[in-house]
Ligand binder design. Sequence first.
Ligand SMILES: *Cc1c(COP(=O)(O)O)cnc(C)c1O
Length: 375
Amino acid sequence: MRYKIPFNKPYIIGNEIANIKLSVAQGQISGNGIFTKKCQTYFEEKYGFNKCLLTTSCTDALEMSALLLEIKEGDEIIVPSYTFVSSALAFVREGAKIVFCDSREDHPGMDEAKIEELITPRTKAIVVVHYAGVAVDMNKIMALAIKYNLLIVEDAAQAFDSYYKGKPLGSIGHLGCFSFHETKNLQCGEGGLLSVNDDKFLSRAEIIWEKGTNRAEFFRGEINKYGWVDVGSSFLPSEINAAFLWGQLENSQKIQNQRKHIWHLYNQFLEPLREKVKLPVIPDYATNNAHMYYLVCNSAEERTRLLSHLRNNGIQAVFHYLSLHKSKFMRKNYRDVNLPYSDLYTERLVRLPFYFELSDEKIEFISRQVINFYT
Ligand SMILES: *Cc1c(COP(=O)(O)O)cnc(C)c1O
């Protein structure tokens, strides 16, 4: 029997479609309606987040963060190089200079020990990325924030339902950004969430979210006319997306249990390879939210051969980020920057298919193909 296994696949788990119908029946499919509120409240109540705003993407939550930071010409923001474009792009648009940080030797996440040497009097903020939903060592980051008076933005795009020493990721820095893109644990096509953890950003965050107007205050009856008071954009998603997302949030436990099952099954099957390739490690201070399963090959050439071996067997495995400091857009200003681990993961990391409906049988088949390649 021949399989055709995609890397990712969207799925419906519960009331997503019924919720969309309900939003139409109730007469509101524009943003900030009942499903938006349900989603926001879920994060605030279940995870104890201070205040959440649903956004059209994690990119938009990062852009809101960049506006909230009030970046001035010459301000520097420290960002890992091995991450998605948006972690840096949002701040570049506001005129910040990006200072890239390397990955850890044992993990693609940013190396906390290499941040302090990058801090200058112009450093304004650090964007931490919890790669694969595995926490960056946040006590070290928050200590730097206090010592140098910096703001911390958590790019928690991959970190839904994951913790650092018992604290939910996305709730520890001043601002936290989540994604509900179809490749993430919970999805609604395109979607995101900004967690406003520091009260000083609250009222401006609401204004920026609503195109620079004080409409949110108006809806709460706190003022009798709303108008243009600040910069902003249309950062709020339609109720159609929120209704879909609510269907997933209602089943988040089931989704997470299944993803953890998939992760552990891969890990069990691939365990015999631990001497031959690098498999994921989870530090004791972090939890595993089963966002992805990856392995790290011994060379770029080996990875190319592994990917084509898998492709020939009907399996779509993929690599991940390309070091941002070497991207076409950024490289002219970073010629002297040397980030060996970011480059290593750029060249050698492989992600295996990972989606809710991936069967045990297929996981075993994929794992067997990986093992065959190495033996
Ligand atoms: C997916 C992802 C993003 C972007 O999320 P969108 O919702 O697609 O904008 C940003 N950062 C990281 C680390 C991501 O994995």
